[in-house]
Structure formats: C-alpha cells, structure tokens
Design a protein around this ligand. Structure first.
Ligand SMILES: O=C(O)CCC(=O)C(=O)O
Length: 417
C-alpha cells in the first residue's frame, strides 16, 4: 500500500473544501510568454503570473516522475480536468512514480516533518532519499507529513557528472537568472530546489532568500498558494508583530491572493512577496529562487535592512569596540564594519562582498542571450542605481574588496552602454 492511499476520507473532504474556497484565478496564465511581456508586465512591475502546463510538457521529469494514467486505478483517474479559472475539487492529477525517483535514493535530502511544527520551523532531519521513499511506498505511518524540501537535486546531478536535462529545462523567459549556474554566490551550492511530499504537507508563510523572485513548477500534483504583496503584511502579523506560521489560522486567511496551481503549471512569485503553500495531492515540484537586474534595487534594500537589523541586535558590541580602541582613530570603525559583515553573512546568507561579486560575474558572463535579458542600457541603469546608494554609505569606504569588484563592474557596464 502506498502512502497516498493513507489519505483519510476526512482529509479528502478537507482538501475539497480548501479548493472550493479558492476564487477564480485573477492573475494571467500564459501558454506563450514573450520576453518583452515578461519583462515589462512582471519583472519590472513585480507582478505574479502562471505559465500553463505547456511550459513543462517536454520535461524529462514530467515523463519519468508521473505514473501514466494507464497504470492508475479507475478511482484514481475518475474525474475530468478543469479550466484553470474555475477550480474543481476533483480535478485529476497523476500519481508520483516513486520507483523512478529511486535513481536518486542515495542522495541525502533535507526532510521537514510538517506534523511537528517547532516554533517558527518544522522538525528537520537529513536522510537518504531511499529511506523516505521506503516509508511512503510501504505506507508506513512514520512517512505521514514528511516533506522533502530544498533538495539540491540539480547540483547533485551535476556533481555526479551529468546534466540537468535528465530532469528539466528552464523556460526561455526565466533564463536571465543571476543566482544559479553559470554563477551562484559562494554562500551555497545553488538555489535550484526539488520538493516532494504527500497531500497536505506544506510550507509555512515566508519570504524568499535575499528578497529574490521565485518560480515553481508542479511536475506532479496541485498546490494552493497564498500570496501577500508587501503592503498587505500587517494582516498576517500576530499581536506581537510577528508573522504567523500558518495563515489558515487567520480570519479570511489574511486577505491573501489565493491561487490554485494545476499540475504542470509554473507560478512566478514576485520579489519580497510573502507566501504559503499547501500540497493538495502527492506533489513533486521544482523551483528556483532567482533575480535579474530589475530586482537589484529590491535585493539591495533587503540586504541594507538585514544589515540594519544586525547592527541593532549587536549595538552593545559597538560600544565595547569603541571602549577598547577609543573613538579618535578609525580603528574601531574598521573592526565594527568587519564584525557586522561577518554576522550579516551568517544571518542573511551573504554580505556586500557577495552582492557585488554576483553583479560582477553576471555582467561579465550574462546567463541569458540578449533577447532574453533586459536591454543593456536598462540593466546598467539598475546597476548604477544601487551603486549610487552604496557609494553614499559607510561600507564603500570601509570594504576595499568591494571597491575593487565594483570598479570592474562599473567600468564594464559603462563601456557596454
Ligand atoms: O512548494 C512549496 O512547498 C514551497 C515553494 C516556495 O515557497 C517557493 O517556490 O518559493
């Protein structure tokens, strides 16, 4: 017996209710998305959209990780599919082909137990994927609520000497990605993730790393998304001003933009938008966190805010440094700036060094062809905007390594204008 058949009648009713509560889709769904439309209506305006299942129809993962309907039982595939604008509780989706995933059984994957929330996270573990697949395939109770999250499948495939085309191909319009290969900031292996888990596993309310955009593709199953633009955040804070963990506990679910993402579709989540996700079926999904030049001012602002938080949290350390080194010379400031950068890298995942290196590397080696990237004059204007801000701040003087990086990217962007 496999785990998806462990879903109880009560859970099925709960899922149907969830779906019935989703309004008709109010954001665009594209079969084809010309780069120009993507750039002007979505990247620059920071507005969500979906790509239809056509975008993933040729992916190897779609071919390999779905059990074809011929092998599903009659009750599995009983109902007709539905139009994206009219959520249908009984829309049919594929079952996951867990046997095909066994080729990655040796990968050590991060696992969240979504039945065991702990403060602002879930209980987490790392284990071989094969162990998790065993639990699901054997219908073991210990597999209930387990969610393989943030698995760096693509990086692992590449480290084994193969290419990611054995899984997917990034849609053309999403290829101008400054966070993922050919260049990824040094702090992590990459920001290309795979998720898998049974119905009702979920990701609590959060905003993506660095204030990046994300896109997420449903290879198998459907998800419901709650999206919150930055100006609607007050509604999802508790009485202490902290973000809630699960927006389903709130009246009107915080007034979210609620979207049913069908199997095969790709959703684009704007930069800085908080979101929560619940799997309606057994889901396998692939996502990228990413940014491109139009996001630079937001990414800059997010890092500057993180720095301010770090500085406030260790204000006493500043006093101690000044006490030790005196305020006459600039020695205290040099030490303070280094201290803050070190903590910032740990807290936010990167500091100004990583920020400028990322710009430099993407300017030198653009990840996408010209016709799939903003025009150079536009890209350079975004770089100049963040540069002017940076040059007016203290780090410009105190972090000489970033000045060296910047002079290279400043020169490059001006000659390319
Ligand atoms: O699918 C999920 O559970 C979470 C995905 C997500 O948060 C994202 O793509 O940003």
């Amino acid at each position: 017996m496999s785990n998806w058949s462990r879903v109880t009648a009560q859970q099925i009713e709960f899922i149907d209710q969830l779906i019935r509560g989703i309004p008709a889709r109010s954001i665009p769904t594209y079969d084809e998305l010309p780069y120009d439309v993507y750039l002007h209506k979505h990247l620059i305006l920071n507005a969500p959209f979906l790509l239809s299942a056509k975008a993933t129809s040729s992916w190897s993962a779609v071919r390999d990780f779905r059990i074809s309907p011929a092998f599903q039982t009659l009750s599995d595939s009983a109902s007709a599919s539905t139009s994206p604008s009219a959520p249908n509780p009984s829309s049919s989706t594929h079952k996951p082909n867990l046997t095909a995933l066994r080729r990655y059984a040796h990968h050590i994957v991060p696992v969240a137990n979504t039945l065991a929330p702990q403060f602002s996270e879930f209980e987490r573990s790392e284990r071989p994927l094969g162990e998790v697949l065993d639990l699901w395939e054997n219908g073991d109770e210990a597999g209930d609520g387990l969610y393989v999250k943030d698995w760096h499948l693509m990086a692992e495939i590449e480290s084994e000497g193969r290419g990611v085309e054995e899984v997917y191909a990034v849609p053309e319009c999403l290829r101008d990605d400054w966070l993922n290969p050919p260049y990824t900031p040094a702090s992590t292996s990459d920001f290309r993730f795979t998720y898998l888990g049974p119905p009702l596993t979920y990701t609590p309310l959060h905003r993506d790393v660095y204030g990046s955009y994300s896109w997420s593709a449903n290879v198998v199953g459907r998800k419901v998304w709650w999206l919150f633009p930055p100006d609607r955040l007050d509604a999802v804070k508790d009485r202490h001003g902290e973000l809630v963990f699960d927006v389903r506990e709130l009246k009107d679910e915080g007034g979210a933009l609620k979207i049913l993402q069908e199997e095969g579709e790709i959703i684009f989540v704007p930069s800085g938008w908080h979101h929560q996700v619940v799997n309606l079926d057994f889901c396998i999904s692939i996502n990228h966190n990413f940014f491109a030049s139009p996001t630079l001012p937001r990414i800059y602002h997010t890092l500057a805010q993180s720095q301010q938080r770090v500085e406030e949290a260790i204000a006493d350390v500043k006093e101690m440094i000044i006490e030790r080194l005196g305020s006459e010379s600039d020695a205290w400031e040099r030490e303070w700036v280094d201290e803050v950068q070190g903590l910032l890298e740990r807290d936010a995942g990167w500091g100004w060094g990583g920020f400028w290196e990322t710009i430099e590397r993407n300017v030198k080696e653009p990840p996408a062809a010209n016709f799939l990237s903003p025009p150079l004059h536009m890209r350079n204007a975004y770089i100049r905007e963040v540069l002017q801000n940076y040059q007016s701040g203290r780090e410009w003087d105190w972090l000489p390594a970033t000045q060296i990086t910047i002079s290279s990217c400043d020169i490059l962007s001006s000659i390319m204008d």
